[in-house]
Design a protein around this ligand. Structure first.
Ligand code: FE2
Length: 273
């Protein structure tokens, strides 16, 4: 059982991630402020004194506040993650990135979604028994992009070498930003999302011995979203084509992860494209 009060600043988006245990009951009581929840595409508003509960949350739930709010939250099992736990400074950073570059924001949300599903499939290979570290790293993996100048971040077309070098710094900047707030595992995972098994990735050219299954999941989730999302200059691939391409690169991406992704796509676990 876990009970906590959860202050949420006005305008800060919060996501609740599914608990591992389907029997988990989560109870929310709006103490002050106002809470908006998106349920099946509809927005439902809760005010002071309102409460609701969720049993066996199957997918992440998005909450929004228009006023500074305080929630009382009770869960029947230990909570492994709610993004409201994240340091305010970092949450602010994610919001800032949304303003600066909406693509990075949407990308972070998608990578979080894909990473959680892949983790569930590959749990037997993972050292961590809950998804918390991976989920945190997935959500914040690109925060270092806040240092990339707008003209490079939003450039349509190929980057020149100098520009590319600036982009290649972002995993290191992400690690610096996350270090004061999260454990070593989260920092390491976020920092290695562009590393590849054969050492061809960046920033350090790590190889398979250095890359945990969670790091491999994050790398695949990241590249899968990059391949399937419109960024203004890329050829957008279908989920199926993107998976096939990832499977065709076993020297770069873990085969177990690629195959797990293929089965998720096959089952339409990520919804419509
Ligand atoms: Fe990145």
């Amino acid at each position: 059982m876990e009970i906590m009060t959860q202050p949420i600043r006005a305008g800060v988006p919060v996501w609740l991630l599914p608990a591992g245990d389907k029997n988990t009951i989560e109870f929310f009581f709006v103490h002050t402020g106002e809470l908006e929840i998106v349920l099946d595409g509809n927005v439902v508003t809760f005010g002071p004194g309102d409460s609701f509960y969720i049993k066996g949350l199957g997918q992440e739930l998005s909450l929004k506040t228009n006023k500074d709010s305080v929630l009382l939250y009770v869960s029947s099992s230990l909570v492994y993650e709610t993004s409201a736990d994240f340091n305010t400074e970092l949450t602010r950073l994610v919001v800032q990135i949304n303003d600066k570059d909406n693509y990075t924001f949407r990308h972070s949300r998608n990578v979080l979604r894909y990473s959680i599903k892949l983790f569930e499939r590959l749990k037997t290979y993972c050292k961590d028994d809950n998804v918390s570290n991976l989920a945190t790293a997935a959500l914040f993996h690109d925060v270092g992009k806040c240092y990339i100048p707008d003209e490079i971040l939003k450039k349509k077309g190929r980057l020149d070498l100098a520009e590319y070098k600036k982009v290649m710094r972002h995993p290191i900047d992400t690690a610096k930003l996350l270090k004061p707030h999260f454990n070593e595992k989260v920092v390491e995972l976020a920092q290695s999302h562009h590393e590849r098994l054969d050492g061809s990735g960046y920033p350090f050219g790590l190889t398979q011995e250095d890359l945990s299954i969670e790091a491999r999941i994050l790398a695949v989730a990241d590249v899968f979203d990059a391949m399937t999302t419109e960024r203004g200059y890329n050829e957008v691939k279908s989920f199926k084509d993107a998976v096939d391409e990832i499977i065709s690169m076993p020297d770069k991406f873990d085969k177990r992860v690629a195959l797990a992704l293929a089965s998720l796509v096959e089952e339409q676990a990520f919804g419509p494209e």
